[in-house]
Design a protein around this ligand. Sequence first.
Ligand code: 5AD
Ligand code: SF4
Length: 492
Amino acid sequence: MSGDAQKTFYLETFGCQMNVHDSEKVVGTLIQEGYRQVETVEQADLILYNTCSIRDKAEQKVFHRLADYKKLQAQGKKFGVLGCVAQQEGEKIFERAPHVSLVCGSASYNKLPGMLVQLEGKSAAREIPRPAGENGVLQDDAASVMSVWNSLSPEPEAWSPVPESRKPEAESLIRITGLDDRQTDKCFETEFTSRLNPHRGYITIIEGCDKFCAYCVVPFTRGKERSRTSASVLNEALQMADLGYTEIQLLGQNVNSYRDPDGKKSFAELLAAVGEVPGIKRVRFTTSHPRDFGKDIVDAIDAVPTLCDHVHLPVQSGSTRVLDAMQRLYSREQYLQRINWMKSARRQISITTDVIVGFPGETESDFAETLGLLEEVGYDGVFSFKYSARPNTPALSLDDAIPEAEKSRRLDVLMSKQKEIQKTRYRKYVGTECEVMVEGHNDARAQWIGRTSQNKTLNFTAPEAATPAVGSYVPVRVTASFPNSLLGELVV
Ligand code: 5AD
Ligand code: SF4
């Protein structure tokens, strides 16, 4: 650490909303431990990356960052890797990036305070650690702080061999690991969450995933499913409302697998209860799995006006054959039944999805079924990805890989089709009035940035005399539409 009175850290986050929210909790934990957050790597004593391994490209990002800043190690800065890559690759990270001192998986954040003490203790004493492979540098409480995830050996292709000449350097570093196994039953609950936005905040209701979709690394990196009690979730929602938050987003890898450990509330009941917390104006939830998506969720949206009229329901493919190969546990028809529940609701529910193209064995006709599904459902947004082979996942053993160029072609075709669908769908809002939450101001465009309950971006102009406050809810008349956003003017 530097000679500063207060220890400083820099944290960069990659990946999904779960990671963004985990980072808010990590920041709160570090501040509680006496650290101060800084804006640049150069100002920091401790540099942390909260990582994502959902696709290969995401995983590579952290190694690029670590390589970019390796030279700062000479100034005494320490590096830590948190999150899914940490959990997936474990101690191998020390081989690939020998200047890393701390590796903490996404299921082990509650051990961070202890790990930080170890890190500081080590650096203060300038202790010479043991060789790589004996990374159990924690002694007394080693068993409680670490349990290395032996069952998950990383993919050999993911590792560049460490040249012999670099090994002594690697061995002269502090190495601390927190890698819980898949069986952990702990949630990362902390009262020290440092939320980024003062109006809209996340609450994790369930961690981990037991679904094991054939392509997905998440069940390996985030452990088994474990839900928080509805009482604890509601308590957090009440505290947030007291602090002035008006929008809450319930988070989980699979929110509708939620099982209240106290047996008091189903997911739909919890959703409704959060929506009824005084002061809360909007509640969102993500991500849903079609298999566990019950009609009671649609009924709750109809019954409780604060529940946003938007559902993100990842389909992944429109072909039942591919869905079977993906081990998604539903057919195209069952998925469409969920869509029909939403289309029959009294409120008009906006639907978005995730799609993977080029899963091994996906034929032209499977792909055509996915394109047909986009048309049939009429999504307001699609996140589309090229299939990326991930370590440990069942799909690794499948034959019939789709060539990269063909995956790219399918992705382009899918994106242009969806763009046309969205153009038509967004056009229908022109002339209507929507309530938006004001998110900020775009100075370059002289426009306010707003978000509708359906999660659409609605940018708008307002007369100077009626400047809206960020975080407030205002009515806006839509005057123009684009494939991904709407434009309007404040109704005064
Ligand atoms: N390759 C490509 N996309 C993936 N996703 C998850 N795993 C993979 C993978 N191996 C996508 C899915 C998921 C989203 C978060 O990321 O569409 O819903
Ligand atoms: Fe991955 Fe499937 Fe679990 Fe979603 S439901 S996190 S895609 S395994």
